[in-house]
Ligand binder design. Sequence first.
Ligand code: GLC
Ligand code: CA
Length: 558
Amino acid sequence: MANNQWYKELAVYQIWPRSFKDGNGDGIGDLWGVLEKLDYIKSLGVDAIWFSPLYCSPNADYGYDISDYRKISPEYGDNELFKKVLDEAHKRGLKIIMDLVVNHTSDEHEWFIESKKSKDNPYHDYYFWRDGKGKDGKKPPNNWLSVFEGGAWEYNEDLKQYYLHVFAKKQVDLNMDNPKVRQEVKDIMKFWLDMGVDGFREDVITFISKAEGLPNGFPLPIGTGLEHYKKGPHIHEYLSEFRHDVLDKYDCFVVGESPMTNAKTALEFTDEHGDKELDMMFLFDHMEADCFMTDTIHLPFNLKKMKKAFANWHKTLDGKGWPALYLENHDHPRIVDRYGNLNYRVESAKMLATMCYMQSGTVFIYQGQEIGMTNFHLDSLDQFKDVVTFNNYKLFKKLGFSDAAYLKIANTTSRENGRTPVQWTSGEYAGFSTAEPWFHLNENYKQINVEQAENDENSILNYYRKLLKFRKENPIVIYGDYKEHYKDSDKMFVYERNYEGKRMLVVSSFSDRALRFDAPEGFNLEKGKKVLGNYSTEKIIDNGFIMNPYETRVYLFE
Ligand code: GLC
Ligand code: CA
């Protein structure tokens, strides 16, 4: 049986600050905007906010390239304003989770500026500086490729050495093998925890230990060398150190982002019976039901693949670990465009929320998801902003794709789809700002916005509120067991939950046609209560019903 720990019951709202709400009228989202919207966030029924990075950053990767870990970016406010947001959030019973990005710093961080001054600078060994190969030392130290742009090594003329960057050039990998670097990380954690924050989302945290000697990797078109750092030799040691030296001393929670990790490997980090380095991990496999490895290689949505991922989490983590339930974040296109259907935007958005959040796990909701925001349709590549979009452009060009073909790919698969300003009203600039927003505003803001959703009892927004309330009032949703039915169906997702003598049945259709649903053996629908659903119909025929397109129903049996 699962232990009741507070993080398990949380619903977390993720803010990507640049596009959440502009409060000072410069077209960029900020903490003044967050302050204005705290009551709105609270009204959703969530318990915490996770802030994507708010720190000083040159924005090569919009905050994921940090130049000062202890300072809020002036674009977003300052430390005093942050403290105010923190206090106001706490007053409302909302916890605050900070993003901790310590695989790399910005090349504008003072550590890096020092480190490139000379080989004997005390900060030199904070990063991976290596001599080049070949006669003139002008060949990179190994064959690693960046997962974001080209080679993973950048040459510095003054030092005549290369530095390692697994992500963008301006995101320099920290040398975590240096105990001084680990001490810096622990001090940064303490700094924010002492201020009162309630935990961290740790960015690509499983990448922080690199294989000794930085050996050549298996040659791939992108990310060569990954096998030497995706779960490096000292990863457990370092995470345990952070846990024991800092995190254990606070009542906080930590979720790790772990690309290429599955439920089984997640247990190595999160086993409640072992040395628990992290409380939970963001897995990626359920987000790969319409793509291959990365969103960019888009495939038709495969429901069975998604169901398998969830089933595997529950089976593997049961009693030992804890899932993080999410469908969107700042790294993916919008979910209604992916797993839902824009012709049934409202229905499918509610269905997706239900099928996902009626499982056990901690809930994560990304800004705009609660009103069913959608992908954009940009007409030219120069409207895009993200380093990943531009890097992929280079790759696709090499493969012979035309600009027009790539534009189509970017419109469907780019993570920038999730980064358009939140649509608050149908008014000027969608109520996001009083000035022209920093990034493209989705044209559909006149129809899709928070104001409209507030005024419509049947909106996606109000459905999210109902769903989160139901979750909070019914521990079966959080702690019940999980059993799937109709596993082989490629149109329906059906599972039951059991807890303390209660049963719950969650039925969801992924079809745009009517479908007959028959209750699984042992369930008498007439005896159940329909507690959630996206159509008003209640009709039961022969212990089943005809499901409308993208219909979802939740039955509770007490
Ligand atoms: C994580 C972040 C992503 C960022 C990358 C590098 O995957 O979620 O936005 O670009 O790490 O920091
Ligand atoms: Ca602003």
